[in-house]
Ligand binder design. Structure first.
Ligand SMILES: Nc1nc2c(c(=O)[nH]1)N[C@H]1C(S)=C(S)[C@@H](COP(=O)(O)O)O[C@H]1N2
Ligand SMILES: [Mo]
Length: 239
């Protein structure tokens, strides 16, 4: 019998029965969760589209949608143990050096709110990132005048290249906390790069080195079809 031919009361009872059955099976809660999540995300996306950054650019780059939590995007993880951590600052510098975890924590701390944009079209807005400015490490090492690019080096040979002038911006960090907590291993613990204004693949997880070079060295994704520069506002997604 079609629901149309029944009293509203009976239809309501029926859908209530359906509701309980699905909830017991777990499927309804998943559907509800997904539905609510999409609603929140749509609202955040709409709100962000109406906002402008201090530099005048729209808060949300074209083709991006806002998500509420950092999404793990994989990669071959390095050790998350702080005892294993070493960061080598080298290449075109006067005074190369290597620091361990304690030495990193002893350096001047920068805490900032920053937005990040993944090439797969999600953006995470307004998270708090804590770490040491790459600019500070560069000054300590004494970057030679011929250097033009910075190579972020990570576990298992992952690299990402960033132009020197962009890498020296004050919001580029060697980061060790997200929202005042250490990174989970899948997000790059103990230390990852943060280059908020380029697509997120430039933010290398499980960071092991910062290398200054004269000649550009396209990295892991840049040699696999992705754009060498990766500006989200110009949608520099593919090379
Ligand atoms: N070492 C390393 N860093 C990496 C990657 C990787 O595979 N290995 N993936 C990059 C890509 S493609 C993205 S989108 C972000 C994802 O970071 P998340 O997993 O914390 O969201 O990390 C970037 N950093
Ligand atoms: Mo990515």
């Amino acid at each position: 019998m079609s629901l149309l031919h029944r009293s509203p009361e009976a239809a309501r009872l029926d859908s209530r029965r359906e509701f309980i059955k699905k909830a017991a099976a777990g499927s309804l809660l998943v559907a509800l969760g997904g539905g609510l999540y999409r609603l929140a995300s749509d609202d955040l996306t709409r709100a962000a589209r109406a906002q402008k950054r201090r530099d005048g650019r729209p808060r949300l780059p074209p083709g991006q949608k806002v998500i509420e939590e950092l999404r793990p995007m994989g990669g071959e993880a390095g050790s998350a143990r702080t005892d294993d951590f070493r960061l080598k600052i080298h290449g075109e510098v006067e005074r190369p050096f290597t620091i361990d975890w304690k030495q990193l924590l002893a350096m001047p701390v920068t805490q900032q709110v920053a937005d990040v944009h993944c090439v797969t079209t999600w953006s995470l807005l307004g998270a708090t990132w804590t770490g040491v400015q790459l600019k500070y490490l560069a000054e300590r090492a004494g970057v030679k005048s011929g250097a033009r690019h910075v190579i972020f080096e990570a576990a298992h040979g992952y690299t990402a290249n960033v132009r020197l002038d962009e890498a020296l911006r004050p919001d580029v960090l060697v980061a060790y906390e997200l929202n005042n907590k250490p990174f989970p291993r899948r997000h790059g613990a103990p230390v990852r790069g943060l280059v908020p204004d380029l697509y997120f693949w430039k933010s290398a997880k499980w960071l092991t080195g910062i290398k200054f070079v004269q000649k550009d060295e396209p990295g892991f994704w840049e040699t696999r079809g992705y754009h060498n520069h990766a500006d989200p506002w110009r949608e520099e997604r593919y090379g």
